[in-house]
Design a binder for this molecule. Structure first.
Ligand code: RM4
Ligand code: MN
Ligand code: MN
Length: 399
C-alpha cells in the first residue's frame, strides 16, 4: 500500500486539500475498545466458545493493549461492571498503563440482576431503584479509582405491555435516579446518557431516542451529554443529522460504534453501511472544535468471527471513514451549496468517499513506527495462537 502513497498525496493536493492537516488529525485519532468484545459472546440463541477468548479483565486489558500496539489509535478500554469487577482498581489502572493503555468509560450493568426484572432506575419497586442508584454510585467510585472521565449510562428499562406500568411515573423515577447519579459526578468528568428504541423491552423503552436523552441531559446539567450508539435507531434514521444537532447544541458526549442491518446487531462498524459511517464522520469534521471532547467508543461483539481481528478491522474502518471525511473540500462544498448545485455538492462528498485512503493510513502507521498493515502484523505475531494455547476455549461471556 505504501508504494501508492505519493500518487494519493498528489491527488489530494490537486483537490486543494491540506494534506499535512489531514495527517495530523489522523495521527491524533483515538478509538476506545470495549472490554466485553474480547470475551465469548453470542446471541440469545447461543454463546459460542472462541479459542483464546479473554477470561477476565486482565486478559481483556492485554488484548486491548495488543490491538493498540498494532493499530496505534486504540489507547483505552471501556469496562463494564460487574463483568470487569476486580479487587483493586488503582492496580488495574497501573496494569493497563504498563501496557500502554488507560481505562476509559465505566459502564454500569443494570440488567443482569433479578431485582431488575421490571427495570432499574425506573422500576416500580423502590428497593430495586435504590439498588440501581447504589450500583451507579459504585461505578462512579470505580471511575474515580481508574482515573476515567466517563460514566456511560444505558438502561434496559421499559415495559412490554400497555398498562404494565405507569409511563409517566417511570419518567419521574428516571429523572430522579439520573439526578441522584449526576450529583456524584465530579467536575471535569461526564455522564453519557445512551438511548435505545427497543429491546429488551418492546412496548416502551424509558430512554427510547436521542431527543429523550437530550431532554434528560438538559435537566441534569452540563456534565450530562448524549451517547449515540449507531445500532440503536429505527431503519432509515439519519444518524448524521442527529450527530450534527447534538454537536451544535454542545451535547454530543460520544459514540458506541457498531453496524446494524436490522436491530441492535453489534456487528463490526463500517461493514453494513460504510457510507453512513462516512456521513457521521463528515459531521464530526464539520463540527470542528465542537467535536473536541467527543468520545469514540466501540460497542460490539464478535460472535462467530475472530475477536482480535474483528477489533483491528473495526478500528481500521473508523480510521477509513474519518480519513475520507477529512478529504471533503469544504470550501468548494459550501460554494456548491450556496449556488444550489445539488449534484455538484453531492459529487464533492462522493469524491471524498470514493477515495482509496489505504495508502494514507499505511503512511500514518509508518510514521507512528508500527507495521503499515495491522492484519498482516497480527498474523505474523502468533498472538492468536499464543492466547488460544494459554487460555483454551473457556473465556467468560456475559458473566
Ligand atoms: C446495550 C447497549 C449498551 C451495552 C449493552 C451491553 O444494547 O448498547 O451500551 O452496554 O448493550
Ligand atoms: Mn451501546
Ligand atoms: Mn446496543
Amino acid at each position: 500500500m505504501l508504494k501508492y502513497y505519493e500518487a494519493l498525496a498528489d491527488q489530494i493536493a490537486a483537490r486543494g486539500i491540506d494534506l499535512g492537516a489531514v495527517k495530523q488529525k489522523l495521527h491524533d485519532q483515538k478509538i476506545e475498545l470495549p472490554s466485553w468484545s474480547f470475551g465469548n459472546a453470542g446471541t440469545r440463541f447461543q454463546v459460542f466458545s472462541w479459542p483464546g477468548a479473554a477470561r477476565d479483565i486482565h486478559e481483556r486489558v492485554a488484548d486491548a493493549a495488543f490491538v493498540n500496539n498494532l493499530t496505534g489509535v486504540a489507547p483505552s478500554i471501556a469496562i463494564h461492571i460487574p463483568w470487569d469487577k476486580t479487587e483493586d482498581y488503582s492496580a488495574l489502572k497501573q496494569e493497563a498503563e504498563t501496557q500502554g493503555i488507560s481505562i476509559g468509560a465505566v459502564n454500569p450493568n443494570w440488567f443482569q440482576e433479578p431485582q431488575y426484572k421490571l427495570g432499574s432506575l425506573c422500576s416500580p419497586d423502590a428497593g430495586a431503584r435504590e439498588e440501581a442508584i447504589a450500583h451507579g454510585v459504585e461505578c462512579i467510585e470505580v471511575m474515580k479509582a481508574v482515573d476515567g472521565s466517563l460514566l456511560s449510562v444505558w438502561l434496559a428499562d421499559g415495559t412490554n405491555y400497555a398498562g404494565q406500568d405507569d409511563m409517566r411515573s417511570r419518567k419521574h423515577r428516571l429523572e430522579h435516579g439520573l439526578a441522584e447519579l449526576y450529583k456524584e459526578i465530579p467536575d471535569g468528568k461526564r455522564m453519557l446518557v445512551e438511548y435505545k428504541f427497543f429491546e429488551p423491552a418492546f412496548y416502551s423503552t424509558d430512554l427510547p431516542d436521542w431527543g429523550t436523552s437530550y431532554a434528560m441531559c438538559l435537566k441534569l446539567g452540563p456534565k450530562a451529554e448524549v451517547l449515540v450508539d449507531t445500532g440503536h435507531h429505527a431503519q432509515g434514521t439519519n444518524i448524521a443529522q442527529i450527530v450534527m444537532f447534538l454537536l451544535d447544541e454542545g451535547r454530543l458526549g460520544g459514540f458506541h460504534f457498531n453496524s446494524r442491518k436490522y436491530a441492535d446487531d453489534d456487528l463490526i462498524v463500517g461493514t453494513v453501511n460504510p457510507l453512513e459511517l462516512f456521513e457521521i464522520f463528515y459531521e464530526l469534521v464539520r463540527g470542528e472544535d465542537k467535536a473536541a471532547n467527543v468520545a469514540y467508543m466501540l460497542d460490539q461483539n464478535y460472535n462467530i468471527e475472530a475477536k482480535i481481528e474483528g477489533a483491528i478491522i473495526s478500528v481500521i474502518n473508523c480510521q477509513t471513514a474519518y480519513a475520507k471525511a477529512l478529504l471533503v473540500n469544504r470550501a468548494k462544498l459550501a460554494e456548491a451549496q450556496a449556488a444550489g448545485d445539488v449534484l455538484g455538492a453531492h459529487r464533492l462528498m462522493m469524491e471524498a468517499y470514493e477515495t482509496d485512503v489505504r495508502p494514507l493510513l499505511a503512511k500514518i502507521r509508518e510514521e507512528k513506527g508500527i507495521d503499515p498493515d495491522p492484519l498482516a502484523a497480527l498474523k505474523a505475531s502468533g498472538y492468536e495462537k499464543k492466547i488460544a494455547d494459554a487460555r483454551g476455549s473457556s473465556g467468560s461471556g456475559w458473566a
